[in-house]
Design a protein around this ligand. Sequence first.
Ligand code: CA
Length: 358
Amino acid sequence: MKRRQLITAGSAAALAACAPKPQGATSNGRQRFQWKMVTSWPPNFPGLGTGVVRLADMLDKASGGRLAVKIYAGNELVPPFEVFDAVSRGTAEMGHSGAYYWKGKSEAAPFFCAVPFGLNAQEMNGWLYHGGGLELWRELYAKFDLVPFPCGNTGVQMAGWFNREITSVDDLKGLKMRIPGLGGEVMARLGVVPVNIPGGEIFTSLQQGAIDAAEWVGPYNDLAFGLYRAAKYCYYPGWQEPGPTLECMVNKSAYESLPDDLKAILDACCRAINDDMLAEYTARNQDAFKQLVETHKVEFRRLPDTVLAALREQAEIVLIELAAKDAFAKRVYDSFVAFREQVRAWSAVSEVPNFQSR
Ligand code: CA
Protein backbone atom coordinates (compact mmCIF):
# COMPACT_ATOMS: atom_id res chain seq x y z
CA MET A 1 0.00 0.00 0.00
CA LYS A 2 1.31 3.46 -0.88
CA ARG A 3 1.93 6.06 1.80
CA ARG A 4 -1.00 8.23 0.73
CA GLN A 5 -3.39 5.29 0.76
CA LEU A 6 -2.17 4.40 4.22
CA ILE A 7 -2.84 7.91 5.49
CA THR A 8 -6.28 7.97 3.89
CA ALA A 9 -7.22 4.59 5.27
CA GLY A 10 -5.89 5.59 8.70
CA SER A 11 -7.77 8.90 8.69
CA ALA A 12 -11.01 7.24 7.67
CA ALA A 13 -10.64 4.70 10.47
CA ALA A 14 -9.84 7.46 12.94
CA LEU A 15 -12.84 9.49 11.83
CA ALA A 16 -15.13 6.49 12.09
CA ALA A 17 -13.79 5.78 15.55
CA CYS A 18 -14.38 9.39 16.66
CA ALA A 19 -18.04 9.28 15.80
CA PRO A 20 -19.57 6.49 17.87
CA LYS A 21 -22.82 5.44 16.24
CA PRO A 22 -25.24 2.64 16.85
CA GLN A 23 -24.23 -0.29 14.70
CA GLY A 24 -27.13 -2.26 13.30
CA ALA A 25 -30.31 -3.19 15.06
CA THR A 26 -31.69 -6.10 17.07
CA SER A 27 -34.45 -8.33 15.68
CA ASN A 28 -37.12 -6.09 17.21
CA GLY A 29 -35.62 -3.05 15.51
CA ARG A 30 -33.92 -1.46 18.52
CA GLN A 31 -30.53 0.15 18.13
CA ARG A 32 -27.54 -2.09 18.69
CA PHE A 33 -24.18 -0.75 19.88
CA GLN A 34 -20.93 -2.56 19.16
CA TRP A 35 -18.20 -1.07 21.35
CA LYS A 36 -14.51 -1.62 21.87
CA MET A 37 -13.07 -1.73 25.40
CA VAL A 38 -9.32 -1.31 25.89
CA THR A 39 -7.74 -2.37 29.18
CA SER A 40 -4.43 -2.02 31.00
CA TRP A 41 -4.33 -5.74 31.88
CA PRO A 42 -2.90 -8.89 30.31
CA PRO A 43 -5.64 -11.06 28.69
CA ASN A 44 -7.79 -12.84 31.29
CA PHE A 45 -5.46 -11.65 34.06
CA PRO A 46 -6.85 -13.10 37.34
CA GLY A 47 -9.15 -10.64 39.10
CA LEU A 48 -8.65 -7.54 36.95
CA GLY A 49 -8.94 -9.14 33.51
CA THR A 50 -11.52 -11.75 34.50
CA GLY A 51 -13.63 -8.97 36.05
CA VAL A 52 -13.60 -7.14 32.72
CA VAL A 53 -14.75 -10.30 30.92
CA ARG A 54 -17.66 -10.60 33.35
CA LEU A 55 -18.53 -6.93 32.80
CA ALA A 56 -18.78 -7.41 29.03
CA ASP A 57 -20.80 -10.58 29.47
CA MET A 58 -23.18 -8.92 31.93
CA LEU A 59 -23.67 -5.89 29.65
CA ASP A 60 -24.49 -8.17 26.73
CA LYS A 61 -27.04 -10.22 28.71
CA ALA A 62 -28.63 -7.33 30.59
CA SER A 63 -29.09 -5.36 27.37
CA GLY A 64 -30.41 -8.31 25.37
CA GLY A 65 -27.42 -7.99 23.04
CA ARG A 66 -27.93 -4.27 22.40
CA LEU A 67 -24.66 -3.26 24.09
CA ALA A 68 -22.00 -5.67 22.83
CA VAL A 69 -18.46 -4.96 24.00
CA LYS A 70 -15.30 -6.45 22.53
CA ILE A 71 -12.39 -6.50 24.99
CA TYR A 72 -8.83 -5.64 24.01
CA ALA A 73 -6.17 -6.55 26.58
CA GLY A 74 -3.15 -4.28 27.08
CA ASN A 75 -1.14 -3.94 23.82
CA GLU A 76 -3.82 -5.61 21.68
CA LEU A 77 -5.18 -2.28 20.43
CA VAL A 78 -3.24 0.26 22.51
CA PRO A 79 -0.47 -0.07 25.13
CA PRO A 80 -1.64 -0.49 28.77
CA PHE A 81 -0.84 3.09 29.75
CA GLU A 82 -2.55 4.66 26.73
CA VAL A 83 -6.05 3.53 27.70
CA PHE A 84 -6.99 6.98 28.99
CA ASP A 85 -5.98 8.77 25.77
CA ALA A 86 -7.52 6.11 23.54
CA VAL A 87 -10.94 6.42 25.18
CA SER A 88 -10.65 10.19 25.45
CA ARG A 89 -10.03 10.37 21.69
CA GLY A 90 -12.75 7.82 20.90
CA THR A 91 -10.39 5.20 19.44
CA ALA A 92 -12.28 2.89 21.80
CA GLU A 93 -15.63 3.70 23.43
CA MET A 94 -14.69 2.13 26.77
CA GLY A 95 -11.64 1.41 28.88
CA HIS A 96 -10.77 -0.40 32.11
CA SER A 97 -7.82 0.73 34.18
CA GLY A 98 -6.81 2.46 37.43
CA ALA A 99 -6.96 6.24 37.85
CA TYR A 100 -3.57 6.40 39.60
CA TYR A 101 -1.92 5.75 36.25
CA TRP A 102 -3.12 9.18 35.07
CA LYS A 103 -1.25 11.41 37.49
CA GLY A 104 0.39 12.96 34.42
CA LYS A 105 -3.07 14.18 33.33
CA SER A 106 -4.06 15.50 36.74
CA GLU A 107 -2.47 15.55 40.19
CA ALA A 108 -5.93 14.66 41.55
CA ALA A 109 -6.25 11.37 39.62
CA PRO A 110 -4.65 9.01 42.22
CA PHE A 111 -7.31 9.86 44.82
CA PHE A 112 -9.90 8.08 42.66
CA CYS A 113 -7.91 4.83 42.80
CA ALA A 114 -5.58 4.67 45.78
CA VAL A 115 -3.25 6.91 47.75
CA PRO A 116 -0.87 5.80 50.54
CA PHE A 117 -2.67 5.42 53.88
CA GLY A 118 -5.94 6.25 52.12
CA LEU A 119 -9.30 4.47 52.23
CA ASN A 120 -10.05 0.75 52.17
CA ALA A 121 -12.46 -0.75 49.61
CA GLN A 122 -15.57 -0.28 51.73
CA GLU A 123 -14.60 3.30 52.56
CA MET A 124 -13.74 4.11 48.93
CA ASN A 125 -17.28 3.06 47.99
CA GLY A 126 -18.69 5.25 50.76
CA TRP A 127 -16.68 8.27 49.61
CA LEU A 128 -17.28 7.75 45.89
CA TYR A 129 -20.98 6.84 45.87
CA HIS A 130 -22.24 8.77 48.89
CA GLY A 131 -19.51 11.14 49.99
CA GLY A 132 -19.04 13.39 46.96
CA GLY A 133 -16.06 11.52 45.46
CA LEU A 134 -17.71 10.38 42.24
CA GLU A 135 -19.02 13.90 41.49
CA LEU A 136 -15.46 15.23 41.72
CA TRP A 137 -14.19 12.34 39.58
CA ARG A 138 -16.83 13.05 36.90
CA GLU A 139 -15.98 16.75 36.99
CA LEU A 140 -12.29 16.00 36.39
CA TYR A 141 -12.80 13.42 33.64
CA ALA A 142 -15.36 15.60 31.81
CA LYS A 143 -12.42 17.83 30.83
CA PHE A 144 -11.07 14.83 28.90
CA ASP A 145 -14.44 13.82 27.35
CA LEU A 146 -14.66 10.83 29.67
CA VAL A 147 -17.32 9.48 32.04
CA PRO A 148 -15.82 7.34 34.85
CA PHE A 149 -17.51 4.54 36.82
CA PRO A 150 -16.04 2.72 39.85
CA CYS A 151 -15.60 -0.81 38.51
CA GLY A 152 -13.68 -3.18 40.75
CA ASN A 153 -11.39 -3.26 43.74
CA THR A 154 -8.59 -5.63 44.82
CA GLY A 155 -9.06 -4.91 48.52
CA VAL A 156 -5.99 -4.11 50.62
CA GLN A 157 -2.75 -5.22 49.00
CA MET A 158 0.52 -6.46 50.52
CA ALA A 159 3.47 -4.17 51.30
CA GLY A 160 5.55 -6.41 49.05
CA TRP A 161 8.17 -9.12 48.71
CA PHE A 162 11.59 -8.44 50.22
CA ASN A 163 14.88 -10.28 50.03
CA ARG A 164 16.06 -8.60 53.21
CA GLU A 165 14.53 -8.36 56.62
CA ILE A 166 13.10 -4.95 57.50
CA THR A 167 13.56 -4.20 61.19
CA SER A 168 14.00 -0.42 61.05
CA VAL A 169 13.81 2.57 58.71
CA ASP A 170 17.57 2.19 58.15
CA ASP A 171 16.97 -1.15 56.43
CA LEU A 172 15.12 0.68 53.66
CA LYS A 173 18.10 2.81 52.68
CA GLY A 174 19.45 1.93 49.26
CA LEU A 175 16.82 -0.78 48.72
CA LYS A 176 15.93 -1.06 45.06
CA MET A 177 12.21 -1.70 44.95
CA ARG A 178 9.57 -2.05 42.29
CA ILE A 179 6.89 0.25 43.67
CA PRO A 180 5.13 2.63 41.27
CA GLY A 181 3.23 5.85 41.86
CA LEU A 182 2.87 7.76 45.11
CA GLY A 183 3.96 4.72 47.14
CA GLY A 184 7.29 4.93 45.34
CA GLU A 185 7.58 8.67 46.06
CA VAL A 186 6.98 8.02 49.76
CA MET A 187 9.55 5.21 49.82
CA ALA A 188 12.09 7.43 48.02
CA ARG A 189 11.95 9.92 50.89
CA LEU A 190 13.13 7.16 53.21
CA GLY A 191 16.08 6.24 50.99
CA VAL A 192 14.52 3.55 48.78
CA VAL A 193 15.30 3.62 45.07
CA PRO A 194 11.86 3.06 43.52
CA VAL A 195 11.61 1.54 40.07
CA ASN A 196 8.55 0.92 37.92
CA ILE A 197 8.60 -2.22 35.83
CA PRO A 198 5.62 -4.04 34.30
CA GLY A 199 4.08 -6.87 36.30
CA GLY A 200 5.35 -9.51 33.92
CA GLU A 201 9.00 -8.60 34.59
CA ILE A 202 8.85 -8.57 38.40
CA PHE A 203 9.69 -12.23 38.96
CA THR A 204 12.84 -12.25 36.82
CA SER A 205 14.09 -8.89 38.16
CA LEU A 206 13.64 -10.05 41.75
CA GLN A 207 15.12 -13.49 41.18
CA GLN A 208 18.17 -12.16 39.34
CA GLY A 209 18.79 -9.49 41.97
CA ALA A 210 18.16 -6.50 39.69
CA ILE A 211 15.76 -5.37 42.43
CA ASP A 212 15.70 -6.21 46.17
CA ALA A 213 11.97 -5.92 46.70
CA ALA A 214 8.71 -5.59 44.82
CA GLU A 215 5.09 -4.86 45.51
CA TRP A 216 2.51 -6.27 43.13
CA VAL A 217 -0.97 -7.02 44.46
CA GLY A 218 -1.54 -9.74 47.04
CA PRO A 219 -1.65 -13.53 47.45
CA TYR A 220 -4.03 -14.26 44.53
CA ASN A 221 -1.95 -12.47 41.89
CA ASP A 222 1.45 -12.88 43.56
CA LEU A 223 1.11 -16.66 43.81
CA ALA A 224 0.23 -16.81 40.10
CA PHE A 225 3.47 -14.92 39.31
CA GLY A 226 5.49 -17.23 41.58
CA LEU A 227 6.94 -14.29 43.52
CA TYR A 228 7.44 -16.53 46.59
CA ARG A 229 10.19 -18.31 44.63
CA ALA A 230 12.09 -15.04 44.16
CA ALA A 231 11.94 -13.46 47.64
CA LYS A 232 11.99 -14.73 51.18
CA TYR A 233 9.66 -12.41 53.06
CA CYS A 234 6.23 -11.02 52.32
CA TYR A 235 5.50 -7.91 54.36
CA TYR A 236 2.14 -6.40 55.26
CA PRO A 237 0.04 -4.25 55.36
CA GLY A 238 -0.24 -2.71 51.88
CA TRP A 239 -0.10 0.87 53.18
CA GLN A 240 0.51 2.10 49.62
CA GLU A 241 -2.76 0.63 48.27
CA PRO A 242 -5.33 0.10 51.05
CA GLY A 243 -8.24 -0.53 48.65
CA PRO A 244 -7.60 0.55 45.07
CA THR A 245 -10.72 1.26 43.04
CA LEU A 246 -10.52 0.21 39.40
CA GLU A 247 -12.29 2.28 36.79
CA CYS A 248 -14.46 1.80 33.75
CA MET A 249 -14.24 4.92 31.61
CA VAL A 250 -16.56 5.70 28.74
CA ASN A 251 -16.03 8.18 25.92
CA LYS A 252 -18.43 11.06 26.60
CA SER A 253 -20.08 11.25 23.17
CA ALA A 254 -20.38 7.46 23.02
CA TYR A 255 -22.04 7.55 26.44
CA GLU A 256 -24.41 10.31 25.37
CA SER A 257 -25.40 8.35 22.27
CA LEU A 258 -26.91 5.62 24.49
CA PRO A 259 -30.64 5.60 25.23
CA ASP A 260 -31.52 6.03 28.93
CA ASP A 261 -32.15 2.34 29.59
CA LEU A 262 -28.67 1.37 28.31
CA LYS A 263 -27.13 4.16 30.40
CA ALA A 264 -28.85 2.67 33.44
CA ILE A 265 -27.70 -0.85 32.51
CA LEU A 266 -24.11 0.37 32.12
CA ASP A 267 -24.22 2.02 35.53
CA ALA A 268 -25.78 -1.05 37.19
CA CYS A 269 -23.29 -3.48 35.58
CA CYS A 270 -20.29 -1.36 36.64
CA ARG A 271 -21.66 -1.28 40.20
CA ALA A 272 -22.14 -5.05 40.11
CA ILE A 273 -18.56 -5.65 38.94
CA ASN A 274 -17.24 -3.14 41.47
CA ASP A 275 -18.67 -5.45 44.12
CA ASP A 276 -17.99 -8.75 42.39
CA MET A 277 -14.30 -8.14 41.76
CA LEU A 278 -13.75 -7.42 45.46
CA ALA A 279 -15.64 -10.63 46.25
CA GLU A 280 -13.38 -12.57 43.87
CA TYR A 281 -10.23 -11.12 45.47
CA THR A 282 -11.54 -11.81 48.97
CA ALA A 283 -12.27 -15.45 48.16
CA ARG A 284 -9.14 -16.14 46.09
CA ASN A 285 -6.71 -14.22 48.33
CA GLN A 286 -7.52 -16.37 51.33
CA ASP A 287 -7.05 -19.57 49.30
CA ALA A 288 -3.73 -18.32 47.94
CA PHE A 289 -2.60 -17.08 51.37
CA LYS A 290 -3.17 -20.56 52.85
CA GLN A 291 -1.23 -22.13 50.01
CA LEU A 292 1.68 -19.69 50.38
CA VAL A 293 1.92 -20.33 54.13
CA GLU A 294 1.29 -24.08 54.21
CA THR A 295 2.72 -25.34 50.94
CA HIS A 296 5.39 -22.79 50.11
CA LYS A 297 6.33 -21.88 53.70
CA VAL A 298 6.33 -18.14 53.03
CA GLU A 299 7.07 -15.89 56.01
CA PHE A 300 4.42 -13.18 56.23
CA ARG A 301 5.66 -10.36 58.44
CA ARG A 302 4.18 -7.12 59.66
CA LEU A 303 6.21 -4.00 58.93
CA PRO A 304 7.56 -2.63 62.26
CA ASP A 305 5.48 0.18 63.77
CA THR A 306 8.44 2.56 63.49
CA VAL A 307 8.63 1.93 59.74
CA LEU A 308 4.88 2.34 59.26
CA ALA A 309 4.93 5.58 61.27
CA ALA A 310 7.78 6.96 59.15
CA LEU A 311 5.99 5.98 55.94
CA ARG A 312 2.79 7.60 57.14
CA GLU A 313 4.58 10.81 58.04
CA GLN A 314 6.16 11.03 54.58
CA ALA A 315 2.88 10.05 52.88
CA GLU A 316 1.08 12.99 54.47
CA ILE A 317 3.78 15.35 53.20
CA VAL A 318 3.60 13.88 49.69
CA LEU A 319 -0.20 14.33 49.59
CA ILE A 320 -0.03 17.91 50.91
CA GLU A 321 2.58 18.80 48.29
CA LEU A 322 0.47 17.20 45.58
CA ALA A 323 -2.62 19.14 46.68
CA ALA A 324 -0.63 22.37 46.57
CA LYS A 325 0.15 21.86 42.88
CA ASP A 326 -3.31 22.65 41.54
CA ALA A 327 -6.63 23.99 42.79
CA PHE A 328 -8.68 20.97 41.70
CA ALA A 329 -6.31 18.53 43.42
CA LYS A 330 -6.74 20.62 46.59
CA ARG A 331 -10.54 20.27 46.42
CA VAL A 332 -10.24 16.51 45.99
CA TYR A 333 -7.64 16.26 48.76
CA ASP A 334 -9.86 18.22 51.15
CA SER A 335 -12.89 16.04 50.41
CA PHE A 336 -10.89 12.80 50.66
CA VAL A 337 -9.04 13.68 53.85
CA ALA A 338 -12.20 14.96 55.61
CA PHE A 339 -13.94 11.67 54.75
CA ARG A 340 -10.93 9.62 55.89
CA GLU A 341 -10.74 11.37 59.26
CA GLN A 342 -14.47 10.90 59.94
CA VAL A 343 -14.59 7.31 58.77
CA ARG A 344 -11.53 6.47 60.87
CA ALA A 345 -13.31 7.69 64.01
CA TRP A 346 -16.39 5.65 63.09
CA SER A 347 -14.38 2.53 62.19
CA ALA A 348 -12.65 2.70 65.57
CA VAL A 349 -15.96 1.93 67.28
CA SER A 350 -17.47 -0.30 64.57
CA GLU A 351 -15.36 -2.33 62.13
CA VAL A 352 -12.15 -2.49 64.15
CA PRO A 353 -13.57 -3.75 67.48
CA ASN A 354 -15.99 -6.04 65.69
CA PHE A 355 -13.13 -7.60 63.75
CA GLN A 356 -10.98 -7.94 66.87
CA SER A 357 -13.80 -9.65 68.77
CA ARG A 358 -14.29 -12.45 66.26
CA1 CA B 1 0.18 -2.79 43.85
